[in-house]
Design a protein around this ligand. Structure first.
Ligand SMILES: Cc1cc2nc3c(=O)[nH]c(=O)nc-3n(C[C@H](O)[C@H](O)[C@H](O)COP(=O)(O)O)c2cc1C
Length: 171
């Protein structure tokens, strides 16, 4: 699949087929995260693959009871293992690094015929407890992964005119 097509096709999937994700597809998704860039090439991340049904249910509960998360056959939990570093520009490095890696994975998932949904609404403490993640680390997101049951045709987005300006900033 062409990158342009994958970008257009990617959407948040909240309804999954009841069938497992083949190991090769899962590995291709994880490999896309592994190849992602990070500040100083620090790769300060860990991706926890959760398949065990009870643990998936617990994660869904820890994510404000968004039950669809537990219905996907796989949940990937993205953990920053250095939540301290701030870049010269004043921006914390870890959310940037992890977002790039996860976006690589979401696009690779589309290429594999799979769907994902970035989850930001979850309890940091509960997810850490369920997965035995050390306190000093930061869970940036978790995302369900599975075959989409249905897909939407449209994307609600601002126009380029609304979000792009030239040479200097204009509101
Ligand atoms: C940082 C972030 C947090 C999000 N958190 C959630 C969430 O907790 N639950 C959910 O169902 N969708 C969540 N989403 C998905 C967005 O609602 C979705 O990306 C947006 O509406 C655009 O739709 P699309 O992904 O289908 O293009 C999140 C997306 C991002 C980028």
């Amino acid at each position: 699949m062409e990158l342009k097509e994958a970008i257009r096709k990617r959407q948040s999937i909240r309804d999954y087929e009841d069938k497992p994700v083949p190991e090769e597809k899962l590995m291709n998704v994880l490999e896309a995260g592994r190849l992602a860039p990070s500040g100083n090439n620090s790769q300060s991340w860990k991706f926890i693959v959760v398949k065990e049904p009870k643990r998936r249910q617990e994660l869904a509960q820890a994510a404000n009871w968004q039950t669809f998360i537990g219905e996907a056959p796989v949940i990937i939990v993205a953990v920053a293992t250095n939540a301290e570093r701030v870049m010269t520009c004043g921006v914390p490095a870890y959310p940037v690094d992890l977002a790039i890696a996860v976006d690589h994975m979401t696009l690779a998932a589309v290429d594999e015929g799979l769907g994902t949904c970035w989850i930001g609404a979850f309890s940091q403490e509960k997810v850490k407890e369920i997965l035995k993640i050390p306190e000093r680390y930061k869970v940036v997101t978790l995302f369900p992964l599975g075959f989409p049951k249905r897909e939407r045709a449209t994307k609600a987005r601002k126009s380029l005119e609304q979000i792009v300006c030239y040479e200097t900033f204009t509101e």
